[in-house]
Design a protein around this ligand. Structure first.
Ligand code: ADP
Ligand code: ADP
Ligand code: ZN
Length: 213
């Protein structure tokens, strides 16, 4: 079961993907995490990707496609995965389809998480992430039990440099230009299901689980 979580930056993909993946018994594969990891390791691709990420732009396919498909080809993703952050363009959607087809696999559902721009800006301004396990928190809607530390692993929390307002606005523009057309693309293919992403975390969780049950 390959599930794509589709939605703008801040929609709650990362927040929901972990539990969804656990309940399906498949890994959560997040393109942004893979890129941030490559950046931290200082690999050539990682450093190249960084200059695009800091501007709020999509990184070129030459950088992301290989990294993402390699992760998706690992044995733990053989039966399925929750895809978060990929595909982000129609080109990437076609590349993914071909890759899965060559492995005799198919996309199951594409879940579109709908959230207004105003709420996205509020969410991203207050987002903190665990440096160790990437769990997202929010200063208001999902604060950690101990300030500055992850509930799951105790790791240190940090704010992403691309979550500053100016870069967030750019990322939302890029989303509407390049990624939002995927909603219609998958609707036409008959894979699309929608959830109202604006409710609280538990309500969205329940809605998602009901969709994949
Ligand atoms: P968010 O979860 O806030 O939407 P991500 O962590 O998914 O952000 O992505 C962070 C950045 O990484 C993006 O702004 C973009 O520069 C880059 N990125 C992630 N996934 C892709 C992708 N599929 N194609 C191109 N760039 C990507
Ligand atoms: P994405 O991966 O789609 O970019 P995240 O899962 O990182 O989004 O969530 C963005 C921010 O919004 C985080 O700070 C997270 O704690 C918070 N958040 C996620 N879901 C909700 C929700 N349903 N209501 C309020 N805040 C949320
Ligand atoms: Zn953690």
């Amino acid at each position: 079961m390959y599930i794509i979580l589709l939605g703008p930056p801040g929609a709650g993909k990362g927040t929901q993907a972990q539990e969804l993946a656990r309940s399906l018994g498949v890994p959560h594969v997040a393109s942004g995490e893979l890129l941030r990891e490559a950046r931290q390791k200082g690999t050539e691709l990682g450093l190249k990707a960084g200059s695009y990420m800091d501007k709020g732009l999509l990184v070129p396919n030459e950088i992301i496609v290989g990294i993402f498909l390699e992760r998706l080809g690992q044995p733990d993703a053989d039966k399925g995965a929750v895809l978060d952050g990929f595909p982000r363009s129609q080109d990437q959607a076609r590349i993914l389809e071909k890759a899965l087809k060559s492995r005799e696999r198919d996309i199951g559902k594409v879940i579109y998480m709908r959230v207004s721009n105003q709420e996205l800006i509020r969410r991203l301004a207050g987002r903190w992430l665990c440096r160790r396990c990437q769990t997202p928190y929010h200063t208001v809607s999902s604060p950690p039990k101990v300030a500055g530390h992850c509930d799951v692993c105790g790791g240190e929390l940090y704010q992403r440099s691309d979550d500053k307002e100016e870069t967030v606005r750019k990322r939302l523009d890029v989303y509407h230009q390049e990624t939002a057309p995927l909603v219609e693309y998958y609707r036409k293919q008959g894979n699309l299901v929608e959830v109202e992403g604006e409710g609280n975390i538990e309500a969205v969780s329940r809605a998602l689980l009901a969709l994949v049950a």
